[in-house]
Design a protein around this ligand. Sequence first.
Ligand SMILES: [Zn+2]
Ligand SMILES: [Zn+2]
Length: 348
Amino acid sequence: MSCPDGSSPKWQDDAFQRRVWTGSTDAQGDLGHISPEHLQELSLPEVNPASWRAQCTRMPSPSCAAQMTSLSCLFVVLHAALQAAVFGEYTWEVFVYCWELQFHLLLLLLPYLLLAGNLGCFLLCSRANPGTVTKSNAASLVKVYAYDGVMFQKGLVCPTCSVEKPARSKHCSVCRMCVHRFDHHCVWVNNCIGACNAGVFLLYLLSLTATAGAVAAVTAALLLQLLQLSNLLHGTYLDAQGQEQPVDIPVLVQHLFLTFPRIVFMLGFVILLTLVLGGYCSFSLYLALTNQTTNEWCKSRRFGGSPRLPSQPHARPLVYKNIYSKGIWRNLKEVFNPPTVSERKKKT
Ligand SMILES: [Zn+2]
Ligand SMILES: [Zn+2]
């Protein structure tokens, strides 16, 4: 089959078929060892090349990219609104009650100090260059990390940026650029997370979790103190049958919710936030300590789940091994101080 202009259809192109097979928009994420002969055995259905180009290459149109950018801005506004709502309630009620109950001032100011640090990390992370691969720096970035031959193949060129893709880099369809040591595109900071801002992103996550945890701790301490002062912990109540019952936790929570509805609602929200952020923080720390990016971790799951192609029963199974790990402390150091070409030359 040929295209109307006489050229071969795009699905017969080897690189394109690899991309379709793996479902990846990134040429570096394909199964690079598959031979073209094997791919031709797959007998892909006959389709209109123009529609395939539109559906399978997943290159966003300018209007689509603009929509994604505005959606990211929406997340930033939502992020700011949630922080403003939590700290508005904390300042308006929790801080005032705690001050009257003579809580230590430093304890009351701790959430504000953590918030200031978090906002600083947010600004640094969102405004930083994540490590853009350009025509001027591509040649040097190619030498920073070795190609593992499984996840990252040497000699691939990004069709959008027209630069050779360094190992561990990926094209971001939202930012429309290739990013070195690409981790993911974060909608909350409206920026890519790459080699140059991965460290500050980790600090941003840690400070956000600590801020939510500090607000939750101070608020919980306030409610506990209010219960102790009201002597409700050892009180009793009359049930529906008129029997006197000792006060239990559901009754205490109900009483607190009816007395301080906004504070209890805010406490529930920040406890949930602390748990979710704590889990994500732990995962990010694990990735940092093992020198993996989120992009690499996701791709490694795919290799691990499907080591052998069904049409090639005797083919060599794909075995992914993280070749970038250098030990816990050196891995952590690399997140905050990305290696340069000169450093790699010294070690080799
Ligand atoms: Zn690119
Ligand atoms: Zn991006």
